[in-house]
Design a protein around this ligand. Structure first.
Ligand SMILES: NC(=O)c1ccc[n+]([C@@H]2O[C@H](COP(=O)([O-])OP(=O)(O)OC[C@H]3O[C@@H](n4cnc5c(N)ncnc54)[C@H](OP(=O)(O)O)[C@@H]3O)[C@@H](O)[C@H]2O)c1
Length: 350
């Protein structure tokens, strides 16, 4: 089979299209024919071994796993003898980062618990756009506690992979959502449900006098004191991504601010892929309450270009790799219907 392989750490230049052996599923694994896979910042962290300490788990001198790619959508071709949830012919999607990666390939083996049946109303590309980004946004809101209807929620980085899911999830929870993005993304933010938009090239959300009950920083590079200024007295700030400075301030200063004042601030850490959260997303996607936003698609041989584009930091939604064409799926439905999903959020666990 064809796969995009890397045998040394480095820039996307070290990625090569190669013929490799088609994998065979272990007893608790399924073999998936990959139709689409999306790219994530996590692929770049592993590719570049950045931060350096990532080598402790991914391989000290060279990568242990030679094929990146976590967010797959495809068709089950074979199952191991202990697999209970899937059978050949099932269409599935999931985040396989906990089990060895390998999605930038025509076939991959995945633990059955990493997968969920693909929503029938989504194309394979749309399904592949979901797992890591959407579950990160979902777990970011859960880290904040309950999102209640009517709460004022601000999403910084609202136009990226995680941000476009965060805006839609916040609307689904019934929040009044303000999306922070640049000029070219304002219409898109409105179209996915944002009640208010702030163009960060023209207006500073931290200095316009508005206060928010919850701020989710999915991207950006603002100081923790800026976020604090924009929070209501009992507001909550959760950082799921963004610059290193933004991340380290949330990690180091957040706990102290939370202990000594009425506001809660912190870093969510790395999202934990799990079947329960993916099921929540599947239901929201099937109900048309959330719709993946895809910036562009690349063929498998151009994974390096897709990662270079992602690395520029201006993707408008998700960047997806089409591994094999499949035209049998009905296009998905766009809907901005709002319902209070707080109960689901609270009870699902992570
Ligand atoms: N915690 C986790 O487990 C987890 C999981 C996934 C991702 N992440 C992290 O989350 C962050 C975002 O991931 P992503 O996949 O959403 O990234 P992404 O898709 O690459 O984000 C790109 C978007 O961010 C916007 N953006 C860039 N700079 C901005 C700024 N200063 N203020 C506001 N928006 C800005 C860009 O809009 P413009 O072009 O208009 O600037 C673009 O639309 C990354 O740091 C990633 O490492 C963390």
């Amino acid at each position: 089979m064809k796969a995009i392989v890397y045998t040394e750490y480095g820039s996307p230049d070290v990625l090569h299209l190669q013929e490799v052996a088609k994998p065979a599923p272990k007893d608790d694994e399924v073999l998936v024919k990959v139709y689409a896979v999306s790219v994530n910042a996590a692929d770049l962290h592993l590719l570049r071994a950045d931060p350096f300490l990532i080598r402790l788990s991914s391989g000290l001198l060279k990568p242990k796993n030679n094929i990146l790619g976590s967010d797959i959508a495809g068709r089950v071709e074979a199952v191991g003898e202990n697999v209970k949830q899937f059978k050949p012919g099932d269409d599935v999607f999931g985040d396989i980062s906990a089990g060895g990666w390998g999605g930038f390939a025509e076939y991959v083996c995945a633990h059955e618990d990493a997968l969920v049946l693909k929503p029938a109303n989504l194309s394979f590309e749309e399904a592949a756009a979901v797992p890591m980004a959407a579950v990160t946004a979902l777990q970011g809101f859960r880290y904040a506690g309950q999102v209640r209807p009517g709460q004022k929620v601000l999403i910084n980085g609202a136009s990226g992979g995680v941000g476009t899911f965060a805006v839609q999830l916040a609307k689904t929870f019934g929040a009044e959502v303000t999306a922070v993005c640049s000029t070219r993304n304002l219409d898109r933010a409105r179209s996915i449900g944002a009640d208010h938009v702030i163009d960060y090239t023209k207006e500073d959300f931290a200095r316009n006098g508005q206060k928010y009950d919850l701020i989710l920083a999915t991207n950006g590079d603002r100081s923790i004191s800026d976020y604090r200024r924009a929070l209501s007295p009992k507001g909550i700030y959760v950082q799921t991504g963004g610059s290193m400075a933004q991340m380290s301030q949330a990690m180091l200063q957040g706990p102290w601010i939370s202990m000594t004042g009425s506001q809660k601030m912190g870093n969510m850490g790395v999202a934990k892929p799990n079947q329960k959260d993916l099921m929540i997303m599947k239901e929201l996607l099937e109900a048309g309450k959330v719709k993946p936003v895809i910036d562009r698609c690349y063929p498998l041989r151009e994974v390096a270009d897709a990662l270079r584009y992602l690395e520029e930091g201006h993707a408008q939604g998700k960047v997806v790799i089409t591994v094999a064409q499949n035209n049998q799926t009905e296009p998905s439905v766009v809907s901005q219907s709002q319902e209070n999903m707080a109960e689901m959020l609270e009870t699902s666990g992570s």
